[in-house]
Design a protein around this ligand. Structure first.
Ligand code: AMP
Length: 190
């Protein structure tokens, strides 16, 4: 079992790059934001429980997220986690879960984008896609959540020697090529 993480602040391009990776390598894609939006759309009990948080840009409680991911990380194959973990608690739970399965993280791909660019991208996306959490106020909340709870994960993974930073500015294809280069190296090492 191999597990890659795709990390970055909201608007960094995780979704776009994740789709390219999954198409190229046929990995199993676990995008927690997409999963939550789908549950909200279907009106499941979990969807109802998280709707207000997701739509206001707040993070959903760790226990719920861990449960969501654990049920999808069945053995074998290669997984791309996109948007998870987002807190130290989630990162620790993931590490324990993988250890129980005799696996470990293969690599953490981190898309770096300056905040001014993130805000512009998210505002553009709000016009193009109409996501309920892409309003100016909610964008600020998401960036605050990111700074306070998710950014500390960078040093967590850096200490473990598995963090790979990729500049997320510029041509989408070029960014994809840089990510692919890192992935190929990681896949070919034992
Ligand atoms: P995303 O599509 O990844 O930007 O996620 C959209 C929203 O879903 C986030 O703003 C959170 O409300 C929620 N969410 C997604 N993944 C997580 C996670 N790992 N932990 C907590 N909340 C999450």
């Amino acid at each position: 079992m191999k597990v890659f993480l795709l990390m970055g602040p909201p608007g960094a391009g995780k979704g776009t790059q994740a789709r390219k990776l999954v198409e190229k390598y046929h990995w199993t894609h676990i995008a927690t934001g997409d999963l939550l939006r789908e549950e909200i759309r279907l009106g499941t009990s979990r969807g109802q429980a998280v709707q207000a948080l997701v739509e206001s840009g707040k993070l959903v409680p760790d226990e719920l997220m861990i449960e969501l991911v654990e049920s999808r990380l069945t053995d074998g194959g290669t997984y791309l986690l996109d948007g998870f973990p987002r807190t130290l608690g989630q990162a620790q739970a993931l590490e324990e879960l993988l250890t129980r399965k005799g696996a470990q993280l293969t690599g953490v791909l981190f898309l770096e984008v300056p905040e001014a660019e993130l805000i512009q991208r998210l505002l553009r996306r709000s016009h193009a896609e109409g996501r309920a959490d892409d309003t100016p106020h909610t964008i600020q909340t998401r960036l605050q959540e990111y700074r306070a709870k998710t950014a500390p994960l960078l040093s967590y993974y850096e200490e473990r020697g598995i963090l790979y930073r990729v500049p997320g500015l510029g041509d989408v294809e070029e960014i994809g090529n840089q990510i692919a280069k890192i992935v190929e190296t990681l896949l070919s090492s034992p």
